[in-house]
Design a protein around this ligand. Structure first.
Ligand code: HEC
Length: 179
């Protein structure tokens, strides 16, 4: 009796088996199509104008990127050494284009004799192959003056950069003394 019951295939079971037999390949096909689509999504077709455009944009992307800087943040003036290293050393370290070489007294003595103000003027406005502001228009007057002093002092001058007036913030020493 029990044998008979187990071997008997009910119409429901047959239906379930039939659905399984047909559903399995369909499921497989759906999965394969999804796989192909996902591979295609990552593929860049160079002939597709949209893709070509994106590829060109990526190639001609500027090297620099915009940084969001708080415009109200106080500007930090660089030291003469920093300006020299970043800008002036390009020519003044080696004496390129006939630039007076850093630390070379013979190169600098006559120039120093012109006075600090003249040197600053020439560094600001340029002089023959010496580009205005060393070619960096972002340098402030005080940064330029510091860099001139840094280079001239290395060749025997004793220039004191004219520091700008103290920032508007109240000097910390006075309120402290008043207490
Ligand atoms: C592209 C090269 C170059 C760079 C960068 C450069 N200089 Fe010069 N500089 C020269 C040359 C060349 C001379 C000599 C000019 C001449 O007398 O014909 C010179 C001369 C000078 C002099 C002497 C001017 C005089 O009256 O004799 C000063 C001061 C000076 N440079 C300052 C600077 C400072 C400060 C920087 C950086 C902010 C700088 N230079 C960056 C090429 C350069």
């Amino acid at each position: 009796m029990s044998e008979q019951g187990s071997s008997k295939t009910s119409p429901m079971m047959f239906l379930a088996a039939a659905v399984g037999v047909f559903a399995a390949p369909v499921l497989a096909i759906v999965l394969i199509v999804q796989l192909v689509l996902s591979i295609q999504a990552g593929h860049v077709d160079k002939d597709d104008p949209r893709m070509a455009d994106a590829a060109v944009q990526a190639r001609i992307k500027p090297f620099g990127e915009v940084k969001a800087i708080d415009p109200s943040a106080p500007r930090v003036e660089k030291t003469g050494e920093a300006v020299y290293t970043e800008v002036c050393s390009a020519c003044h370290a080696s004496g390129a284009l006939g630039a007076p070489k850093y630390g070379n007294k013979a190169d600098w003595s006559k120039r120093i004799a012109q006075g600090y103000d003249t040197l600053i003027k020439h560094a600001t406005e340029g002089l023959r192959s010496m580009p205005p502001r060393g070619g960096n228009p972002d340098l402030s007057d005080i940064e330029l003056a510091r860099a001139v002093a840094y280079m001239a002092d290395a060749a025997g001058a004793h220039f004191t950069p004219k520091e700008p007036p103290a920032p508007a913030t109240p000097a910390p020493a006075k309120p402290a003394a008043a207490k």
